[in-house]
Design a binder for this molecule. Structure first.
Ligand code: ATP
Length: 238
């Protein structure tokens, strides 16, 4: 049995120009768990994901995958090591088909691996299977989000970071997309979820972190966070 792989982030500081956004952020995600990163607009959640995935260079701090430091590694190299990222806004190729978009997510797999991966993604998202030849730009918002997640899964990530998957979706579709993330977790992938819809994300998450001004101010099980008075007031409008 393979040991459980873990993403560990410590004392992360980062920003844009002189504007500091992350002030010593720390978190952990292991394979097979779904962890929510919660916080108000501008708290630094997207910046945290971009720094972990290698799109943004940190000022200081550490990002380790199974004890190996990823500092200085390109985003592509981090992806090959098992770190997947579904960026905010999906970033699909709208004039390419569903299947072509999926295959782009597996550019570094051997061909035999790609067809297995395609079948796995189509099993997870039957709607994508039905629409495999359709242009991505003509998919509904929910389908596009599924495609963005499917494309990231094509690279066989062991830890998958997903930024605001429910943005712009109806409550029903948001629920559908988040429940597929539960499915991804059950397959053994660790999921780090940034989500505006705190109530919904605490329903699917095992644990969560609350981020304010670029640092974690509260962490606990999803149950603990959902019953926390501060969380209820700030994020659940109770
Ligand atoms: P949201 O939920 O609104 O996306 P967030 O918690 O993900 O919020 P970030 O997107 O990480 O927050 O933004 C944190 C801060 O960094 C904000 O003040 C934002 O304006 C700033 N910021 C983000 N991207 C850039 C950029 N490319 N250049 C300059 N400032 C940026």
């Amino acid at each position: 049995q393979e040991a459980t792989l873990k993403l560990t982030v410590n004392d992360l500081t980062a920003g844009y120009g002189k504007a500091q956004v992350l002030f010593g952020l720390g978190l952990e995600v292991a394979e097979g768990e779904l962890v929510a990163l919660l916080g108000a607009n501008g708290a630094g959640k997207t910046t945290a994901l971009r720094t972990v995935s290698g799109l943004l260079r940190p000022w200081a701090g550490s990002v380790d995958l199974d004890g190996q430091s990823l500092l200085g590694f390109s985003a592509a190299r981090r992806a090959r090591l098992g770190l997947g990222h579904v960026p905010e806004g999906r970033q699909l190729f709208s004039l390419m088909s569903v299947e072509e978009n999926l295959l782009l997510g597996a550019a570094f797999l051997a061909w035999s691996g790609k067809s297995d991966q395609l079948e796995r993604i189509y099993a997870l998202f039957p709607r994508l299977a039905e629409r495999r030849g359709q242009m991505a730009g003509t998919l509904s918002g929910g389908e596009q989000q599924m495609l963005a997640i499917g494309r990231a899964l094509m690279g066989k990530p062991r830890i998958l970071m997903v930024d605001e998957p429910s943005l712009g979706l109806s409550p029903k579709l948001a629920e559908e997309v988040l429940s597929t993330l539960s499915q991804v977790k059950k397959e053994g992938v660790g999921v780090l979820l940034v989500e505006q819809n705190v109530a919904l994300s605490l329903e699917v998450a095992d644990r969560g972190y609350v981020v304010e001004h670029g640092r974690v101010v509260l962490q606990g099980s999803a149950k603990e966070l959902a019953s926390d008075e501060g969380v209820q007031k700030a994020y659940l409008a109770l």
